[in-house]
Write a protein that binds this ligand. Structure first.
Ligand SMILES: Cc1cc2nc3c(=O)[nH]c(=O)nc-3n(C[C@H](O)[C@H](O)[C@H](O)COP(=O)(O)O)c2cc1C
Length: 369
């Protein structure tokens, strides 16, 4: 058997052993932005489980960029040291490559944990003034953010670059710029949240300008042999919002700047969104971006079935498959997918005693094919 899902992918100097990516997932468990034992276990389990790439949660580039007070950050020496402890463990014992997703929550910052409603924090709860392209709240009952001026934008860009340098010292293999899900970069892209009248608002060319400027600065600061990509929302799922056609235009410009992959997700900028949830609901957008730009694409969204993942990659609609909640439910998702597809997956040395081929009496799925 051969499998497209389990074929390697080369991104600059990085060889991903397969096309499976553990999707970035906020943990809301950091101490002042620093990783702790939770992260060691959480990322450690994924690193052992044979996905080609494990992405960290959204990791914020300065304190006001955080969604919650418990979000991950990469703007202090302590955060860098704590992240390195996790990455060192994953590299020493795991089989996956490690990527960090760098982000700024913009007007969606300063909230409580989603499990408690995710509502904006009051000042008494430790809330802070949020920043955005325009002084437009996320929802009518949310606080008004402050519109970034040129000095504020320069600081955001510098903070992203500083986080890139820290990421290199931590030892991540790959960087992902978070340009989706309604956070600051997406807020610049979407006409629903960006109503600036300067050269950063109005036309598509103007709205993509600041995200491209930051991407270029980050790319310059990241080693040439290491890949850097982006996560985008291909549509806002709201009339008058950011569109798949604009996503293609944006991806073409990113490609010129050396973007190694575009992860195509959707939604997040406007609570009025209507998302037609179904397995692989974002695949159509990844396929469009791939077809019209030739850039490597990743897709995500309710993909938990090995055969669906295999079919998406084999049909050329996306090059990488991100698994979020499915990986949380089954951290060994890639082992089990390999077994179902009748191929081999990498196992850490210490895990080899459980190889199904050594226990044919128990694992009959492959033998049954
Ligand atoms: C608990 C949780 C936290 C998430 N945090 C992030 C994040 O930090 N960055 C991001 O880009 N997406 C985040 N997402 C979205 C996931 O990466 C993924 O796109 C989404 O869950 C759909 O994929 P799935 O159906 O495989 O879970 C999060 C999702 C969940 C469930």
């Amino acid at each position: 058997m051969t499998s497209a899902l389990f074929s390697p992918l080369q991104l600059r100097g990085l060889t991903l052993p397969n096309r499976i990516v553990v999707s970035p997932m906020c943990q809301y468990m950091s101490d002042d932005g620093s990783a702790n034992d939770w992260h060691l276990v959480h990322y450690g389990q994924f690193a052992l489980g044979a996905a080609g790439l494990v992405m960290t949660e959204m990791t914020d580039v300065n304190p006001e960029a955080r969604i919650t007070l418990k979000c991950a950050g990469l703007y202090t020496d302590a955060q860098e040291t704590a992240a390195k402890r996790v990455v060192d463990f994953c590299k020493a014992f795991g089989v996956a490559k490690l990527g960090v997703q760098l982000a700024h929550a913009g007007r969606k910052a300063s909230t409580g944990h989603p499990a408690t409603g995710g509502k904006p924090l009051t000042a008494a709860e430790g809330g802070w003034k949020t920043l955005a392209p325009s002084a437009l709240p996320y929802a009518p009952d949310w606080p008004l953010p402050e519109a970034l001026d040129k000095a504020g934008m320069a600081k955001v860009k510098a903070d992203f670059v500083a986080a890139v340098k820290r990421a290199e010292r931590v030892g991540y293999d790959l960087i992902e710029f978070h340009g989706g899900h309604g956070y600051l970069i997406h807020q610049f892209l979407s006409p629903l949240s960006n109503q600036r009248t300067d050269e950063y608002g109005g036309s598509t060319e103007n709205r993509i300008r600041f995200p491209l400027e930051i991407f270029a600065a980050m790319r310059d600061a990241w080693p040439a042999d290491k890949p850097m990509g982006i996560r985008v929302s291909a549509t806002d799922w709201v009339e008058g919002g950011w569109t798949p056609e604009e996503t293609v235009l944006f991806a073409k410009e990113l490609k010129k700047l050396g973007c190694d992959y575009v992860d195509v997700s959707s939604g997040g900028v406007d609570p009025r969104q209507q998302i037609p949830l179904a397995p692989g609901y974002n695949v159509q957008f990844a396929a469009k971006v791939k077809k019209e730009t030739g850039v490597v694409t990743r897709t995500v969204g309710l993909i938990a079935d090995a055969k669906l993942a295999e079919e998406i990659v084999a049909s050329g609609r996306a090059d990488l498959i991100a698994i979020g909640r499915g990986a949380m439910w089954d951290p060994r998702w890639a082992w089990h997918a390999a077994e179902e597809l009748g191929v081999d997956a990498p196992y850490p040395v210490r895990a080899t005693p459980c190889l199904p081929s050594l226990r044919p009496q128990i694992f009959t799925r492959r033998a049954a094919k």
